[in-house]
Design a protein. Structure first.
Length: 290
C-alpha cells in the first residue's frame, strides 16, 4: 500500500510526500538527485554512541556523518544508538533522554516537550526519509527548517471504503516510512513526537535514513590495506547516484593527479583497488566528485 500526493500553493510548491520507500528512491533518481544512506552502522562515525545493556548508555551532543549533523531536538538530550532501535542491521538512533519531560515547560500540552531527532546540513538538502517506530499511539510530525512551524502534511490512511481515516503519522505497531522531496531545498529537518505529555510520555526510534542532495557531500577514504601486490582503499560516505574519481599522485607539490578509477556510487561504501609495483615510490590518493 503506497500513497503519493503532490500538494501545491499559490506561493510555493509544497514538498512531495512518500509513504513507500521504493517510490521515494525512484523519484530521487528520476529527479537527478544524489543521496546518502544512513543506517548508523559505521563504527568510525557512530562507535562512541553505542548504548548496550552490558555497557550502559553512551551519548554525544552531536554526530556528523555523510554531510549531516545529527542532534536531539532538545538541548537537554543527546543522541545515541542501540540494537533495539534498529529497523535493519544492528543499530538505530534516538535521543536520550527521550523528549524534555523532566525539565521542560508546558509539558502538559501534547508535543510541547516531544521526543525527536534533528538533522542539519551545510549544503542544501532536497529530500529526507526514515523508518520510524514509536510508543503505542504516538504521532510523528516532520518539520523542515526548524520547529515550531508548519509540519509537512502526510495523507490520511482510510479503510477500503474510504471511511475510518486516521492520521498517517499515528504509530501503533512496527515501523513506518516517512519521506519527502522538496525541490526548492531546505537546511534542516526534525522528526518530532506530537502526542506525548508529562503524564503520558511517548518515545521515538529511527533507522535507515535516506537524505538527498543536489551535489554530493564530502566523502572519505576510510582505510587502506595491502593484499599481495594490490592496494585496497575503502571509500565511505558516498552519495548514491553520484560520480566519483579515485586519483593518484606521486608528488603533492606538483598537483599532478592521475585517474585510477571512475565510478558511480550505488551505496554508501565501496572498495577500490590498484595493483602496486614494488618500486617504493610514494603514492597519494584522493577521492573527487565533480
Amino acid at each position: 500500500f503506497a500513497l503519493l500526493l503532490w500538494f501545491t500553493s499559490q506561493a510555493n510548491t509544497a514538498p512531495i510526500v512518500f509513504t513507500n520507500e521504493t517510490d521515494y528512491v525512484n523519484a530521487l533518481a528520476s529527479g537527478g538527485y544524489v543521496w546518502v544512506q544512513e543506517g548508523f552502522e559505521d563504527a568510525e562515525a557512530w562507535g562512541q554512541v553505542r548504548s548496550t545493556i552490558v555497557g550502559g548508555n553512551a551519548t554525544a551532543p552531536a554526530v556528523t556523518n555523510s554531510g549531516i549533523r545529527w542532534t536531539a531536538n532538545h538541548d537537554t538530550s543527546q543522541v545515541t544508538t542501540s540494537s533495539g532501535a534498529a529497523q535493519t542491521g544492528d543499530w538505530g538512533v534516538y535521543s536520550l533522554p527521550h523528549g524534555n519531560y523532566a525539565t521542560g515547560t508546558g509539558c502538559t500540552t501534547p508535543g510541547a516537550c516531544g521526543d525527536g531527532l534533528v538533522g542539519t546540513a551545510p549544503q542544501v538538502l532536497h529530500g529526507v526519509a526514515a523508518w520510524v517506530r514509536g510508543s503505542y499511539a504516538s504521532k510523528v510530525a516532520l518539520y523542515l527548517n526548524g520547529y515550531p512551524g508548519t509540519p509537512v502534511e502526510f495523507p490520511e490512511v482510510c479503510d477500503p471504503s474510504g471511511e475510518n481515516c486516521v492520521d498517517y503519522g499515528l504509530l501503533t505497531s512496527g515501523s513506518k516510512f516517512f519521506g519527502l522531496i522538496e525541490p526548492t531545498g531546505f537546511s534542516s529537518f526534525e522528526f518530532r513526537e506530537m502526542e506525548g505529555t508529562v503524564g503520558d510520555q511517548k518515545f521515538l526510534w529511527f533507522d535507515d535514513f535516506t537524505v538527498a542532495f543536489a551535489n554530493p557531500p564530502p566523502s572519505r577514504i576510510a582505510t587502506v590495506t595491502m593484499a599481495g601486490n594490490e592496494l585496497i582503499l575503502t571509500a565511505k560516505g558516498l552519495a548514491v547516484n553520484a560520480d566519483y574519481t579515485l586519483e593518484r599522485s606521486s608528488n603533492l607539490s606538483t598537483n599532478d593527479w592521475t585517474t585510477v578509477e571512475s565510478f558511480t556510487a550505488s551505496g554508501s561504501e565501496t572498495n577500490l583497488s590498484e595493483a602496486i609495483a614494488p618500486d617504493l615510490m610514494p603514492r597519494f590518493y584522493r577521492l573527487r566528485s565533480p
